[in-house]
Design a binder for this molecule. Structure first.
Ligand code: MG
Length: 399
């Protein structure tokens, strides 16, 4: 069974769609709230969470009249601002409470905009509880895809990531067996065209000036190393049940083609549009419908030519590393992700160089004895061990 193939007639979602926005203060979270604001007649925000941004939580809970609010970071549990939550809004605190939001009886759809491995449990519980899961937290699928995918019924797991939304949209009413391969587009990142010797000296500040997409700091660095694209290859592999090597990365500098599906008859279907994340976010909420959007329209007559090219996996070794981890499968992508989180964070505070991210991840991945994925608890342990190993590898790099 695939997530898009549905022989039953596609039934519309409940109206209003009752939504939980996990990670509502981040880049995807605030853009999700923007979509909810535009479509207040179709979407009702009932639950919200933040890590520690309690100001943003209170302001969103008041605006949308949320019934449930959660602060994941216990250090912010007693912030005075929380007394200003609206009447009747239940406040909970901690990681377990955050995952509880994913299975509330008054929620139809969970938007998982959490960053990193922290979002896996919530995604798992949302699917297990039969909720629609609109997810931007790609770690859920990369790390725990072996556990999550069997729970995903057609139309219930919708990617928010622009590339995967494009592929999903290109596959509506198509059959999994007709896919020849996927073309995953890539802007090339801020360091496109640079050699390895040039990459050795780039800084986090250089990377944070991303050319086309406005995103959080962690994913912006992952876009610069192309680790993000590597993760997206693994995500597409799980989501659409296509071999890792049948997911081709295509550099499309203008970021107008958001990805394509090539079918067995030689036809390719793509989704194109502005580089505005609110469009894929909205599609995840509106599916199987389409709604109006205030996003600026494309004038294709005025667009510069679209260009295509191959990604440089030699200079940007993280992409090759991710693909390799995907071929091995099992617990390897979990280790890849955990080591990358440590190295990415170290680079952001100038504790290591750009190419050290790849070195650290490679060291940790190469030392890992792969296992079959059996439970979230097992993945949690492996994640922790990989982070320790990554910190040791970082210490060595820093010497
Ligand atoms: Mg993406």
């Amino acid at each position: 069974m695939s997530i898009f193939e549905d022989t039953a007639p596609r039934s519309p979602r409940p109206r209003p769609l009752r939504v939980a926005v996990l990670g509502c203060s981040g880049s995807i979270g605030t853009q999700t709230l923007d979509v909810c604001r535009q479509h207040a007649d179709k979407v009702r925000v009932v639950a919200l969470s933040v890590y520690g941004s309690t100001d943003a939580l209170v302001s969103a809970a008041r605006e949308f009249g949320a019934r449930h609010a959660c602060v994941a970071d216990t250090a912010h549990a007693a912030d005075p601002i929380l007394s200003e939550l609206p009447d009747g809004c239940e406040l909970t605190v901690g990681d377990d409470a955050l995952a509880d939001l994913a299975e509330l009886p008054d929620v139809d759809c969970v938007v998982n905009a959490l960053v990193g491995a922290a979002g896996i449990k919530a995604g798992y519980r949302a699917l297990a509880a039969g909720k629609v899961l609109a997810y931007a937290n790609k770690e859920s699928i990369i790390v725990a895809g072996d556990l999550l995918m069997p729970l995903a019924r057609p139309g219930m797991l919708i990617p928010v990531d622009s590339e995967h939304s494009a592929i999903f949209q290109s596959l509506v009413e198509e059959r999994a067996r007709d896919i020849h391969r996927l073309w995953l587009t890539c802007s090339g990142g801020p360091f496109y065209g640079r050699s390895r010797s040039e990459l050795a000296h780039v800084t986090a500040a250089d990377a944070l000036a991303h050319p086309t997409w406005l995103m959080g700091a962690k994913i912006t660095i992952d876009s610069a190393t192309l680790m993000n694209k590597g993760f997206e290859v693994l995500e597409a592999h799980h989501l659409f049940e296509v071999d890792v090597d049948d997911v081709r990365v295509l550099v499309q500098r203008q970021s107008r083609i958001h990805s394509m599906v090539e079918f067995v008859d030689g036809s390719s279907i793509a989704q194109l549009g502005p580089s505005d994340m609110r469009i894929p976010i909205q599609y995840a909420l509106s599916y199987p419908e389409r709604w109006e959007t205030p996003s600026p329209r494309m004038d294709w007559c005025a667009e510069p030519p679209l260009t295509f090219g191959e990604a440089d996996e030699e200079s940007f070794g993280c992409l090759a590393l991710a693909r390799e981890a995907g071929r091995v499968g099992g617990t390897m992508p979990c280790v890849l992700n955990a080591a990358n989180e440590v190295a990415n964070e170290a680079f952001r505070r100038d504790a290591c160089g750009f190419l050290d991210i790849e070195r650290i991840v490679r060291t940790v991945v190469e030392a890992h004895d792969v296992q079959r994925v059996e439970s979230l608890g097992q993945l949690d342990q492996i994640d922790r061990k990989a982070r320790e190993d990554a910190r040791a590898a970082l210490a060595e790099v820093m010497q």
